[in-house]
Design a protein around this ligand. Structure first.
Ligand code: ARG
Length: 572
């Protein structure tokens, strides 16, 4: 058991001995959550606010603090002082160092992993790109948040299913085929890939302005896809292959994978039963020729199911997809990592599932995120203002290569490191803030080796590796943990001891940025430690303790970076 868990348990017991009759006292777990690190180290290593007890005990917090302090008998673990209604705990530093290091060493490369999720399945719908569209940086967040959450849940013992819910359905594909038949060539699409398809699509719209009958032709082609006409299907499947081949390059660079590519078209033959079920359950009502589910009592616009021309829409396919996923994977949670603009869509879909009587509707979660702009400019496909993700990643690697050339001219595998650093810089930026916040991607910030950035954290990892290489083999020396009682080592140990909690919190809140924050804090704390202390000097047993701490930092940073999808080079 780690020190803070033990402290929380003892504090819970202590309260019970002081007030044996009282009801509503916090349990150990709640106490653990309430223990905070005071901003000023003079106020202790951890502080517990007694305000939480004022109500159940009907006593003023300062009085409560004093009563607990007089009854506290665990000075070997921590001494305690009452200050203004707070209990300020001062850990026995040597004991804290020994316990934390023991937990870190026991955890090894899987420190913070658990079997919390054993037997539970999480479906994650992420990336979910659209066919015939370039992978632009607007799809970066869904891809990386989803990928990171998948790794986090895996690490906590869940079974995860990564789903790329491809946008491969809709009248636009009819229009594209129509344009291709009129103006396109096979070579053009083979060579130009998605860009050629986009050109065709843009041309279709231009020409349709002058000749509106094109719209009907486009619709007719889509109808052919729906009916499985061989020619239409062949072209459509080919468009899809070309798009996925393009996307595969990006996924490979980001090391992102999926367990399923079942996209919108996969549900083509699975919607009829859903529509029937909605009708049988009396949920479908007619509205201006269309069939909808009324959501007025939920203060939402109706959820459109079948359009007046008989076509199904995005929401219908999402209903079919959710039901299919539950029947196939029996998920405990189904996460939709999709931009916040689709908030209403998901609220409607989840509510309709609930109305259909599916109790698991409450396990569907929209994991929303904000927008990304690039050097201060918003992205818009219509204005042609898009940044292609593949180009961005390539540029990041090239820029990282230049910096590395300058900083470490003698490094052996510069290309490999530049790849890890460049890609890492982009991912770090994407996962550095609370996901709902908008992001402005800027090169100078992403690649700033001294700021809060991917390269900075990676550099700290490489620094740890370098210290360990210099230290050589110390396995014969038993570490003297009293060497880790200084302020800098203790600050570092506190962060490391919290890391398993951070992973769990990140999973609970679907928030990879909590891990980004944690590895950044640890990197900063280690660099501070590194500048203030001579790690390899002095008594061997003391050096061994500092080296063991360095090794623990190396492992935790590596794990943390892995959880957010970033590699950790050993030399930079
Ligand atoms: N393809 C959609 C888009 O790019 C996202 C799909 C999200 N997933 C879902 N099940 N609706 O906007």
């Amino acid at each position: 058991m780690d020190t803070i868990t033990r402290l929380s348990a003892l504090l819970a017991d202590c309260m019970k001995t002081v007030w044996p009759e009282a009801e509503g006292l916090p349990a150990a777990e709640e106490i653990r959550g309430l223990l905070a690190v005071p901003p000023d180290p003079a106020l202790g290593d951890y502080a517990f606010p007694c305000f939480r007890l004022a109500k159940p005990l009907r006593t003023a917090p300062p009085k409560i603090a004093e009563a607990v302090c007089s009854a506290w008998t665990h000075g070997d673990l921590a001494s305690v002082q009452p200050v203004n209604g707070y209990l300020n705990f001062f850990l026995n530093r040597e004991n804290f160092a020994a316990e934390t290091m023991a937990a870190l060493q026991q955890g090894g490369d899987r420190y913070g992993a658990s079997d919390l999720g054993a037997g539970k399945t999480i479906c994650l719908d992420y990336s979910s790109i659209n066919i015939a569209k370039r992978f632009h940086i607007g799809h970066l967040s869904t891809t990386m948040i989803g990928h990171s959450l998948k790794r986090i849940f895996d690490y906590l013992g869940y079974t995860t299913v990564g789903i790329n819910h491809l946008g491969d359905w809709g009248t636009q594909f009819g229009k594209m085929i129509c344009a291709y038949k009129k103006w396109g060539t096979k070579e053009q699409v083979e060579q130009g890939g998605v860009d050629a398809m986009t050109e065709l699509y843009v041309r279709f719209h231009k020409e349709a302005e002058a000749d509106p009958s094109l719209e009907d032709e486009g619709r007719a082609w889509f109808k052919k896809i729906e009916d499985g006409d061989p020619e239409a299907m062949e072209i459509f499947t080919w468009f899809k292959d070309v798009t996925l081949k393009d996307a595969a390059k990006v996924y490979e660079k980001l090391d992102v994978t999926f367990d399923s590519y079942a996209g919108e078209s996969f549900y083509n033959d699975k919607m009829e039963p859903v529509i029937r079920e909605l009708r049988e359950k009396g949920l479908l009502v007619q509205s201006q020729g269309a069939w909808v589910v009324d959501l007025e009592e939920d203060h939402m616009p109706p959820c459109l199911i079948v359009k007046s021309d008989g076509a199904t829409i995005y929401a219908t396919r999402d209903l079919a997809a959710a039901i299919y996923r539950q029947n196939t994977y029996h998920f405990d949670k189904c996460l939709y990592v999709v931009a916040y603009q689709q908030d209403l869509h998901f609220r409607q879909v989840f509510r309709v599932l609930e109305k259909m009587g599916y109790p698991w509707a409450k396990d569907c979660v929209h994991v929303a995120f904000g927008m990304i702009s690039f050097e201060g400019e918003a992205l818009s496909t219509r204005k042609g203002n898009v940044v292609h993700l593949e180009d961005l990643l390539d540029q990041a690697v090239a820029k990282a290569r230049e910096i590395i050339e300058e900083k470490s001219p003698n490094l052996e595998n510069k290309d490999e490191v530049a790849r890890q650093v460049g890609i890492g810089a982009v991912i770090y930026t994407d996962l550095s803030n609370n996901r709902i916040k908008d992001i402005d991607f800027r090169w100078d910030r992403a690649l700033n080796f001294d700021g809060e950035s991917g390269p900075y954290v990676q550099y700290t990892h490489a620094r740890c590796c370098s210290v360990l290489r210099k230290a050589g083999d110390l396995s014969g020396v038993s570490p003297d943990w009293s060497a880790l009682t200084d302020d800098e080592a203790q600050a570092l140990l506190r962060l490391l001891s919290r890391f398993p909690d951070v992973i769990r919190d990140a999973a609970d809140k679907y928030e990879p940025s909590m891990i980004t924050r944690a590895v950044t804090d640890i990197a900063q704390a280690y660099n501070k430690y590194y500048y203030e202390h001579r790690i390899l000097d002095g008594e061997p047993a003391q050096a061994a303790a500092r080296v063991a701490l360095t090794d623990a930092v190396r492992r935790v940073i590596r794990t943390g970076l892995w959880l957010i999808g970033i590699e950790a080079p050993e030399r930079m």
